[in-house]
Design a protein around this ligand. Sequence first.
Ligand code: UDP
Ligand code: MG
Length: 340
Amino acid sequence: MNATFVPSLLGEDARRRVISVVVPFLNERDTLKTLVARVSDVLRTQGEAFEIILVDDGSTDGSGVEAAELERRCPPVCLITLKRNFGKAAALSAGLSAARGDVIVTMDADLQDLPEELPGFLAEIDAGFDVVSGWKRKRHDPLSKTLPSKVFNFVLSRAFSLRLHDFNCGFKAYTREAANYLQRRLYGDLHRFTPALLHSAGFRITELPVKHEPRRFGHSKFGSGRLMRGLLDLLTVVLLTRYRSRPLHFFGGIGLGFGALGVLGLVYLTALWFLGLGPIGDRPLLLFSILSTLAGLQLIGVGLIGELVVVSKGHQDAPYVLDERRAVAHREEENNATAC
Ligand code: UDP
Ligand code: MG
């Protein structure tokens, strides 16, 4: 069957599903052409209607020109160019918001992911998952990347009770609903947390082992500092996913811990003083207890201010996510129902 690309498809058969492949790139001149050719071949063979959205995240090596040429020559390619390098998360967000597909696949541009594995992702989406996250089981990266990555994945899977081996694989597939949810929440370096963000909103996630190639062209855009940044971002994501609408529980929880320690120390020292068991003014415990009590009070204050901010913003985001698939199925059932 010949490929049916999105423009023709929308006119002819608007009900047929469309696959959007979103590829953020920063200085990947040597791989874009091959990537587009291989993705097109695979999806064409599958008889899928598709578009390939290339997002130029401020490239300076001429890959923008290469991508513009691909857009001109290959109808399924659509190029989005960012004004400067905003980072992978922002580039993905731009790609997701431009994607018109029913299923959105994201992949890296460096050909470390194999386009030939795309059908496996689509099969898992067909099986009913909202998110399919690639798992580079045998990774071809230096130890300086794989080791921090193992720590990161271990911490994340515990923190979010989500047993994934590889949170940060660039190769992922999303339903339209999951992509819509994600699109507004990707910024900074949060692309590493997409499974955590979606899991905490109730989306169903599965992991798919994928082959991983060594990087043959260009070089990695992420250095060793990413473990530290990733662990700091973890705090942001915990706050955003669990405490967004109740910041006092986050700050107040830590504050109560500090406050309780400080008060205990002060009670103990006061008891010593009452019993006349020596001077307490020169004990380090006194300083610690006072500081701990003050830190606790301050953290509770920060939590209360957080609550005021949440209330004054009027809960811009609903504190729940509706299951749109269920709603659509329900509407269809109602339409098909015969009058009783
Ligand atoms: N990338 C991007 N913007 C950035 C950094 C990276 O669009 O600021 C793209 C990069 O071109 C590649 C993907 O994100 O397509 C993954 O980057 P990389 O291969 O350097 O990451 P690694 O595989 O080393 O984790
Ligand atoms: Mg790579």
